[in-house]
Design a protein around this ligand. Structure first.
Ligand SMILES: [Zn+2]
Length: 262
């Protein structure tokens, strides 16, 4: 069982860093053509991703992020679909500046039980400002906690952050910064992420995609309604280690339903 899970985690890691591999491949081929690689600005900004990144679903009809209009959601007075099993003895394996975000990778430990399946926490990363909006409101920061099950399916917990008092959790995470583009630090330290969920129980769910190429669809999105609080300095420290405005623009909802679980 553990071997299968490790294999799946490895596969996910490969897919998440595939863009990086393509860049390396180009350098090795010594091609005279400068092939464009996705970014958040200029000719390779999100609106061009579908053209410049081959074999993506970035022009699909079930994409993320979206603007959640609360009055347009289906309310469900039931939160039993989601159970969070986060443990204080989970280890952060490493932190990496992948040129798009700051990403912390985890050893097997934290998991969620969602729609009758177990999804293991693989990595967390950040967007500044937020990608999802609630009632049109953009938040200063959004955290994505990426989980994968044994079939390779993905569930992402999205947590919005707004400015206020300092967060001890962010003090700890940011103690490994600064980190230059492409750099990795190995950490192997215990972390308790459960404080992220202490004040926010109600959540929205919908069927969406990864918000970066390959924009893979059929991702279960679970976005908590109430933002967490962190300080302006903590937000700025993350911001200074990531590309400017590393968010994808709002995508059309199309035929999808958003549920509000309370
Ligand atoms: Zn993300």
């Amino acid at each position: 069982m553990k071997t299968i899970v490790y294999t799946l985690f490895t596969l996910l890691t490969i897919s998440l860093i595939s863009c990086k591999k393509q860049t390396k491949g180009l350098a090795l081929n010594n091609t005279p053509h400068k092939i464009k690689h996705w970014s958040y600005q200029g000719e390779t900004a999100p609106k061009h991703w579908a053209e410049i990144e081959a074999n993506t679903e970035c022009d699909g009809l079930h994409q993320s992020p979206i603007n959640i209009i609360h009055t347009h959601t289906d309310s469900v007075k039931n939160r039993s679909d989601l159970k969070i099993h986060y443990s204080p003895s989970t280890y952060i394996e490493k932190v990496n500046n992948n040129g798009h975000s700051i990403q912390f990778d985890f050893e097997i430990g934290d998991s969620i039980f969602y729609k009758n399946d177990i999804y293991y926490l693989k990595q967390i990363h950040f967007h500044e400002p937020s990608e999802h909006k609630i009632n049109g409101i953009i938040y200063p920061i959004e955290i994505h906690l990426v989980h994968i099950n044994k079939h390779g399916e993905i569930s992402v917990l999205g947590i919005l952050g707004e400015e206020g008092n300092e967060s001890q959790l962010f003090e700890f995470l940011e103690s490994f910064l600064p980190l230059k583009n492409g750099d990795t630090k190995y950490i192997h330290k215990k972390i308790d992420l459960s404080s992220l969920f202490q004040h926010s129980k109600d959540y929205y769910t919908y069927n969406g995609s990864l918000t970066t190429p390959p924009c893979t669809e059929n991702v279960n999105w679970i976005l908590f309604k109430k933002p967490i609080i962190l300080s302006v300095e903590e937000i700025l420290k993350l911001k200074n280690n990531m590309p400017v405005n590393n968010y994808r623009n709002e995508q059309a909802l199309n035929d999808r339903t958003i549920r509000y679980h309370y």
